[in-house]
Write a protein of this length. Structure first.
Length: 256
């Protein structure tokens, strides 16, 4: 057996009834959401990913004739504007939103489509669904946090973990600090990342490179670990700045 069973998970098609239901679901959107899909010629599931996002764009509400899901495909071989470098994209397909602070590394296939749709709606309405305490704490972060959520297309719980991480990124972006990145990583397409984290079950959630959860955490549990990792990064930064200050003073003393 080859890749046929995996390929089947990444097929994308919708019936007329599915499209009608999707159109009703997306009617909750209010403001435009820009979505970038990064592809190249050697990518196995790029065409399916483009088809998925194009479908979401086509059935999303229109304002002034323009879809609220505003989709742009960026091809590695024709990236004259340098978007791959700008958004630090190396793997394809990759789907980006809110300036790359929410990203899907690998196709958001199968069960993940549900989480993607809900993410688009919440980005459009500006309502993350997080409680006020969480929103305040995220706005007060002082150092970067990257939340990696390892998922598979058949995992029924993965969309909830992905959505939670995405909403942390949304609130960080809305606050202006833009210190949280949520990366939803599809395990079959990125087995090296899954291996790095020793993934045996999904969803697996890592923060700044350290596995913190297997399964879906509660909001306050994720917040606790995000705050701790941000604090650690901030202390590293302060210590480095102090070291550089002392080094400059020693250099100046030698020169005087």
């Amino acid at each position: 057996m080859g890749y046929e069973w995996i390929d089947e998970m990444f097929r994308f098609s919708m019936s007329k009834e599915d499209l009608e239901e999707l159109e009703v679901t997306l009617k909750d959107m209010r403001e435009p959401v820009e979505v970038y899909t990064f592809v190249d010629n050697a990518c196995r599931y790029c065409s399916n990913t483009v088809k998925l996002i194009e479908t979401l764009s086509n059935v999303s509400p229109k304002i002034g004739g323009s879809s609220l899901v505003r989709h742009r495909v960026v091809k590695r071989e024709a990236d004259a504007e340098g978007f791959f470098k700008k958004f630090n994209v190396s793997r394809v397909p990759t789907v980006l939103m809110i300036e790359g602070h929410i990203r899907y590394t690998g196709m958001p296939a199968g069960e993940e489509i549900r989480g993607l749709i809900e993410t688009l709606i919440r980005l459009s309405t500006g309502d993350s669904g997080l409680n006020e305490h969480t929103v305040r704490e995220i706005a007060g972060l002082k150092a970067p946090v990257k939340i990696d959520v390892i998922v598979t297309p058949t995992c029924p719980y993965c969309p909830y973990a992905a959505l939670l991480a995405n909403m942390f990124a949304l609130e960080s972006f809305r606050s202006g600090n833009k210190l949280v990145m949520a990366d939803i990583i599809e395990a079959y397409e990125n087995p090296d990342i899954a291996d790095k984290y020793g993934v045996m079950s999904v969803p697996t959630i890592a923060i700044n490179g350290e596995v913190e959860f297997i399964g879906v955490p509660y909001e306050d549990q994720l917040l606790e670990r995000v705050l701790e990792h941000s604090r650690r990064e901030y202390l590293k930064k302060v210590k480095k700045e102090e070291y550089m200050r002392i080094l400059r003073e020693l250099t100046e003393d030698k020169e005087s």
